[in-house]
Ligand binder design. Sequence first.
Ligand code: ADP
Length: 981
Amino acid sequence: MQSNDFAFKEIMDIAPNPIFIYADQKIIYVNHEAVKLINAVKKEDLLGKPFIGFIHPDSIQSVTQSMKELIENKKPIVKLYQKIITLTNEIIEVEVSASITNINNQQAIIGIANDLTSIKKLNKLLIEKDEKLTSIIQQIPHLLFFITKKGIIKEFYNAHKIQLYTEPEKFLNKNISEVLPYDVSAKIHEKIETLCITNKTQKIEYELTIENQTQHYQAYLIPYKENEILVSILEMRVDEYLFKTLFTESFSIKLIIDPTTGNILNANKAACNFYGYTHDEITHLNINQINTMTDEEIKIAIQEAKTGQRNFFRFKHRLKNGEIKHVEVYSSKLILNNQEVLYSIVHDKTDVVLSEQKFKNLFDNLIEAYALNEIITDKNGKPVDYRFIEINEAFLSLTHTNSKEEIIGKTVKELWPETEQYWIEIYGKVALENQRLSFENYWKVLDRWYLVNAYSPQKGQFAVSFIDITKLKKTQEQLLLFEKAIQNVPVSIVITDVYGTIQYVNPYFSQITGYSVQEAIGQNPKILQSGKHHQDFYKQLWETILSGETWVGELYNKKKDGTFYWESARISPILNKESNEITNFVVVKLDVTKQKQMQEDLLRAKEKAEQSEKLKANFLANMSHEIRTPLNSIIGFTEILKHTPTTEEERQKYLHVISQSSDRLFNLINDILEVSKINAGEIKIENNTIEVEKEFSLLYENFLLEAQVKDLKLLLNPTYPERLLIETDKSKFLSIVTNLVKNAIKYTHKGFVEFGYVYQNEHIEIIVNDTGIGIPKEKHDIIFNRFMQVDNRADKPYEGVGLGLSIVKAYVEMLHGTIELSSEKDKGTTFKVKLPAKQQSTIENQTQEEQAVIATQHHPCEQILIVEDDKASASLLDYHLSKYCKKTIVADSVLEALEIFKTKKFKIVFTDIKLPDMNGFELIKKIKTVNPSVIVVAQSGFAMEDDIKAALSEGFDFYLTKPISEKAIHQIMSEILKIKN
Ligand code: ADP
């Protein structure tokens, strides 16, 4: 080669194309690129070799032809396409430009090759790439826009025919702010700005309302060319949107599993955190790498979840770090992007399981219902619903639901659509703001009250524990009502335990018994026992209530202050519903003392009325008998004496009968008058000195005859040896003894009557003892009552109307004494009367009789006027008064008396009150005006205190009641004459 040939050779060696020189049937030169093309190691591998040996059979003909044309100088240069077989038997396509040259005077062909294979490959690649891209773009459900950095919309691709906000002609070449709503365009502009600064893809989410439907979009702003941005917009389907919020952004651990392979298709952030894998790692795992069960078991579980046979599982899951966690999984089938997947919510139960092991299923056995929930928010973060993640058994019973599967995984709105929004809001606060709440909640859906405790175990979740307090609430309400009622009812209410210990009393109980509530509680109702009921009564009461029955009856009880009262009571046992055992007794009592009192009063009044009625009848019969009998004798014998000639002996006998009958009649009338005086409270106590021994001797003498007539021994038994003087009311004292001795003689037919006295300790005891018919024990009390007799028949064999002992008793009481009776039927009777009586040493006053005698001796009166229309009474007075006066004049009317009074001088006038012309009051007025010093004595059948008082106030100086006794006249005359002294 010449020097310029050398330079040429240098150029060919470094040329980018393969170059061959071919001469004399052999290759005489190749450059590096040619060595490369033929896959030779060095130039020598090719040099000297026939060129044609490298030509592919397909190209031999065309190559030979072209070479021939060159050599024959037909064409200076040929371009031909040929296939070459390399040393490694590869077929490569090349395009060769060949021309004739002269090297060392020898014709040679120089060929410069162009490797077509890589270009073709590239081309093919490009085509494939284009196809791929196109199909990808076709597949991506995106709407593509090209916009300028100023926001002008340049181009758009809408392969999936996504509904556009407006027609293309309205937005092409327009600024987005002219087309889209302000808030959306502003958001996009903002992102464009960030993109311009960072040159990084920006993500944006927004919503548009198209034909009344709100649609969610996700847009990526991708830097494309210097001034252009590719906007890729994805229309999110509502379920996708929800899926995103419920899945991706959920705080709960969630996995999406392919049910056919068990591959984990997706996992949310919470899941990645929990298992410790990145999203990429976890989405390349199969569930069997997490679940510790055998593949077979996993398969079955997946199958069950897929078919809906079972949605709730308890598994052990392995974390990346090998730790095993107890989990509860709620898994259900879901169609996602046309694919059937398992949507699983995983709850870390490790703590619960561990504590479960410790506390033997405490969680499920809690009486308290428990629910762990996840709050669901809208795009603004506002709580809109919540989902149940976990519940316990009590939750089911308290909410009247059947199984956990029914609840877990569901939202409250799905389960109970009427749930009020404000509860969701309240729980939202708990879950998102970590507020702890405790409140009473009325849930309209179930018409129940719950006591709820809510707290947030982790952000986005809230746990509620609650108990059903509906019953409690209702009971509380009812109790309040009851409490109010029983606090106010005018009825005693007592609640005791089964042993009778008081646990509750109402205020009325305290009011009635005097025991305060504090004093009563803890006590036994025995504190009220009056001691008036027999033990058997209480025994029967306890037997009734302990047998579960209600006891109804009346109790006579004692208050704190000792007063007794009647209660009508109802005592009921309270039984425990389950065990049927008595737990308490309730006592409801009504104070019936007043009613009882009224009842008793009525009964007494009735008895009294009946008795009075009987008494009245008896009394009338008795009276009639007692009056008629002596009257009969008096009238009968008086008639005989008047009309029949009788011997002196007969006359004496008849007169004795008349006198006895008169005495009997007089005694009766006296007794009646005495009783009526006692009744009217008109009896006054006088103080007299009595010579007891003397009085008893006089009485003995008086009664001796009577006793002898009946053949009885009368014994006086004064046991006080000396002469005894005592101070007491003489007439009452004597009346007491007389009545008792009279009765003793009357009711004794055989034996003796003994009477006497004992003086001791300033008391005199009168004792009257007989051997008579006796008094049956049951009559001891009543015989002291008026008109009460042991034998009250009208035709009984004894005289008397039953007044004697009542007078005795009244006098004994007046004198502050006591009376004692010991007697039995047919065994005689003893009365003992004890009276306080001071002993006197001397008699201060002379006896009335002695005084009268003295008086008459010294001051005899001249004359007395007697005004009396009844002749018998007038002559009786006349007879008695003549003992004290020289003369008595009788007038039978007031007028006559006044006439006499005018002519004669009188110092003493005895007048009747009831007179034929005028009455005694008019008379006294008249005669007292004439002579004020005249002494006027009223003598009347009106024996009442009022009559006497009226007469004395009208000016009468004395009052004598008929029948007038010698004794009474004597007393008055002694007084008058003493005054005159
Ligand atoms: P009276 O004798 O007029 O019936 P009393 O009041 O004196 O009335 O006596 C009441 C009753 O008491 C009598 O009817 C009689 O039955 C009974 N009694 C009183 N004294 C005696 C006695 N010494 N012996 C038996 N019974 C007597």
